[in-house]
Design a protein around this ligand. Structure first.
Ligand SMILES: [Ca+2]
Ligand SMILES: [Ca+2]
Length: 197
């Protein structure tokens, strides 16, 4: 085999390998993991972990994941997010780690579907739609940027049977003590973090 042919084969092999690597880096909705329940608060104390995998189930590192509340009338995202996350309008972006995971502590409020026909909340990874969620919960039930007395009134009413699960912040199917703790934390944290947005 001539030196020229060897080099040509090596180049071709390299290109083929690069194509395989590029193809492996496409997020796969079936293999990715997105929780079905999401709670957001202006203080950003509620977590939401997304795992992005490719079609082979391999984690994808450093891919942009977007929580898109763009079709939710009342939901807002605070302009200031935690380190590593950015907000643009009603979209919050973070990036996966080597395990394909990103844990959002989204500073936001308001509830999707407060206005009929709203939603869904879309979750994008590298431009691929990997999940759609019908709605979210938030201690800022009114969506006015603060967790205050108006929200407390709604939260209290939501506990009465038949319960209104808009106040099920803990995602366990009931409105109870766990949700009261989340509500209290959200109210306390915003005092330290300032007004949102
Ligand atoms: Ca409020
Ligand atoms: Ca609950």
């Amino acid at each position: 085999m001539s030196k020229f042919v060897r080099i040509a084969l090596m180049v071709a092999l390299g290109v083929a390998t690069a194509v395989c690597v590029a193809a492996a880096a496409v997020p796969d909705p079936t293999n990715s993991v997105v929780p079905t329940c999401i709670c957001v608060a202006p203080g950003g104390e509620e977590t939401f972990m997304v795992t992005v995998n490719d079609q082979f189930g391999n984690p994808i590192n450093n891919v942009a994941v977007v929580l898109d509340f763009g079709s939710c009338s009342v939901v807002y995202a605070c302009s200031g997010q935690d380190a590593g996350f950015t907000a643009a309008g009603k979209m919050v972006t973070g990036y996966t780690n080597a395990s394909g995971q990103v844990t959002f502590t989204t500073r936001a409020g308001g509830i999707c579907q407060t206005v009929p026909g709203d939603g869904p909340i879309r979750v994008w990874a590298g431009g691929v739609l990997i999940a759609s969620l019908a709605k979210n919960s938030s201690p800022d039930i009114s969506g006015n940027g603060t967790v205050g007395l108006d929200d407390l009134g709604s939260f209290a009413a939501d506990q009465l049977p038949p319960q209104n699960l808009e106040s099920d912040f803990s995602c366990d199917g009931i409105v109870g003590l766990a949700d009261l703790g989340i509500f209290a934390d959200a109210q306390l944290n915003q005092r330290w973090l300032g007004f949102c947005p």
